[in-house]
Write a protein that binds this ligand. Structure first.
Ligand SMILES: NC(=O)C1=CN([C@@H]2O[C@H](COP(=O)(O)OP(=O)(O)OC[C@H]3O[C@@H](n4cnc5c(N)ncnc54)[C@H](OP(=O)(O)O)[C@@H]3O)[C@@H](O)[C@H]2O)C=CC1
Ligand SMILES: O=C(O)[C@@H]1CCC=N1
Length: 266
């Protein structure tokens, strides 16, 4: 059972996605949410209109049994200073920040139990992805109760793997959007109108992903079903999968760069 109320600290891009996801999944009522944000955006305001408490005084923060820390890794110590001494000592802290280690969080927030989660912004639709880690069973359960209704969850065996999950999954949606943007630009180069290039690039991406999901087939098998021998797809794949210089190498280099950055952020 998810312990409520929930205190969300930081309602930016990800915090807002989490708010939307809780609204879509319906497992947390707005009345059970307390939001702290320096410049609350549209979703935080909407939540306030639905009954959430927005930027109340410190006397309210200690009501929360689950605290989500969703500020930038660079600003968490400042946020912690403001929060410290005003939280319920029996609460669970769920950090969604890249890079910031459990030991550092515990050193500041003890005796709160700590879990780390690496979600995607896709939680906003109730269909995100979230990688979970905690050495504390109660905190891991809290993180799972919070995210499982709005994400496919993976429990990681050790904390170091959060950097890997961040590189593959947390940052991953941006790689997909970069591909969508590149396909649209390439469509313009073929002579399509901007409107048609946009529609065809997006709809093709979405329908291909739907098929991957619906069939459960391996990507390589699906590629074989598109690429006729001696056909157009094969011509494109020769460029896309050029030995030593193709998409596989590029994606691997990108993911390793993200993993390294995640390791540095702590
Ligand atoms: N965006 C993503 O896809 C993902 C992000 N993450 C992690 O989530 C965290 C947030 O990222 P993101 O949402 O993109 O960043 P944003 O900058 O969009 O959101 C952070 C929010 O926190 C607010 N904030 C800063 N300090 C405080 C404070 N002391 N008290 C209350 N609110 C505060 C900021 O306000 P202001 O703007 O006024 O400073 C801002 O609205 C990061 O740690 C990131 O690593 C993890 C997975 C995915
Ligand atoms: O770019 C970032 O640092 C954050 C973490 C994963 C996605 N966004």
């Amino acid at each position: 059972m998810l312990a409520k109320p929930i205190l969300l600290v930081g309602a930016g891009a990800l915090g807002s996605a989490i708010l939307k996801g809780m609204r879509v999944a319906g497992h947390v009522a707005p009345q059970d949410v307390i939001i702290l944000d320096l410049t609350p955006g549209e979703e935080a305001q909407k939540y306030a209109g639905l009954g959430a408490r927005l930027n109340p005084g410190p006397e309210v923060w200690s009501e929360a049994w689950t605290v989500i820390l969703a500020v930038k890794p660079q600003s968490w110590r400042g946020a912690a200073q403001i929060l410290s001494g005003n939280l319920n000592t029996g609460a669970t802290l769920v950090s969604v920040m890249a890079g910031v280690r459990t030991d550092d969080l515990s050193a500041v927030f003890a005796p709160l139990s700590v879990a780390r989660v690496m979600p995607t912004t896709g939680v906003a639709t109730g269909k995100g992805v979230a990688s979970l880690f905690s050495g504390d069973g109660k905190a891991l359960q809290a993180a799972s109760d919070l995210f499982a209704p709005m994400a496919s969850t993976v429990v990681l065996d050790h904390e170091g793997l959060i950097d890997a999950a961040t590189a593959v999954s947390g940052s991953g949606p941006a790689y997909v959007y970069a591909f969508a943007s590149a396909l649209e630009s390439a469509g313009l180069a073929t002579g399509l109108t901007p409107a048609d290039a946009k529609t065809l690039a997006r709809a093709t991406l979405i329908s291909a992903v739907n098929l991957l999901d619906a069939t459960g087939e391996e990507p390589e098998d699906l590629i074989r079903k598109v690429a006729s021998p001696g056909g157009t797809t094969e011509a494109a794949l020769k460029v896309l999968r050029k030995e030593g210089k193709g998409l596989d190498e590029l994606i691997k280099a990108a993911v390793l760069a993200a993993q390294k950055r995640s390791q540095e952020l702590g």
